[in-house]
Design a binder for this molecule. Structure first.
Ligand code: SAM
Length: 279
């Protein structure tokens, strides 16, 4: 596929010596058909700034720009990638802002210039969940982004989209993600789609912020879910003991205490959190 007049990614990697580093979670996508599919699945990009974490040699960055992103703000920790990214910026004047640094420490809001944003990334697996949790905790809500289209290991994608119908995958991450967003696995990519191939299948997940589902203090909700799921097979009259008087909490949320956390819908966790705050 010809997306642009820039050289093929394998050539870019060779020219700039971008051999993949495991410590930086580097599994590159070199097939522009695949990066285009991800860019297309992110929705309309014309009126948006796209925040991309970890552009690496720039395969997804190029697809986002070719598919019409008004601007891309790309945050990359590996300085070796900067010259390759600069070549993309030169090919798309005024549309690519490259920021060198650790995405965990950089606030993308500083670079949006008042435009609506979408987050799109093939995330480094070692910090992907942490980044997602940071975006899900954004205040005020609705947040600065109108969607997130993100690559994760399949197992993490299943936890993000987890519900009580799939108790094995359901936990604190599923409660937080689905309280704040509508979540959906869009498609899978096999290890062979990446260079070097990771050990497991990956999935692209789409998260779209919901209006507030039910008001609740984020910190209290996280306290309740982490306490409950720390002993996920126990009844909540046992697993919520450390929060004090678990039977009163259960009753306030319409439960009898014999339920297990993995069977409880999000609304029940919200009720438990609100009951805890009302004490
Ligand atoms: N987007 C490229 C692609 O799809 O081929 C690269 C994806 S690779 C899975 C993850 C990228 O994130 C790498 O380029 C890596 O250097 C970068 N990275 C790792 N940790 C980072 C961090 N804390 N902040 C910003 N970028 C990071």
């Amino acid at each position: 596929m010809m997306l642009d007049t820039l050289p093929p990614l394998r050539e870019v990697i060779r020219a700039y010596g971008l051999d993949a580093r495991k410590s930086l979670g580097q599994n590159f996508l070199l097939d522009l058909n695949i990066t285009s599919k991800i860019a297309r699945s992110a929705g309309s990009l014309e009126d948006h700034v796209v925040v991309e974490i970890g552009p690496g040699p720039g395969g997804l960055t190029r697809a986002l720009l070719a598919h019409g992103a008004a601007r891309v703000v790309a945050i990359e920790r590996d300085p070796r990638c900067l010259p390759a990214l600069q070549a993309i910026a030169d090919a798309y004047p005024g549309r690519l802002t490259i920021i060198e640094g650790d995405a965990l420490k950089i606030d993308p809001r500083d670079y949006l210039e008042g435009m609506p944003a979408r987050i799109v990334a093939n995330l480094p697996y070692n910090v992907g969940t942490m980044l997602l949790i940071g975006w899900l905790r954004a205040e005020p809500w609705p947040p600065f982004y109108s969607s997130m289209t993100l690559m994760f290991q399949r197992e993490v994608a299943e936890r993000i989209t987890g519900t009580p119908e799939r108790p094995h995958d359901y936990g604190r991450l599923g409660v937080l993600a689905n309280w704040r967003c509508e979540t959906k696995i869009l498609f899978d990519l096999p290890p062979a789609a990446f260079t070097p191939p990771p050990k497991v299948t990956s999935s692209v997940v789409r998260l779209v912020p919901r209006p507030v589902l039910a008001p609740c203090r984020l910190e209290t909700l996280e306290r309740v879910t982490s306490t409950a799921f720390a002993q996920r097979r126990k009844m909540i009259r046992q697993s919520l003991k450390s929060l004090g008087d678990p039977m009163a909490l259960a009753a306030a949320a319409g439960l009898d205490g014999s339920e297990r956390p993995e069977t409880l819908p999000i609304e029940t966790f919200l009720a438990l959190a609100n009951a805890l705050d009302a004490r």
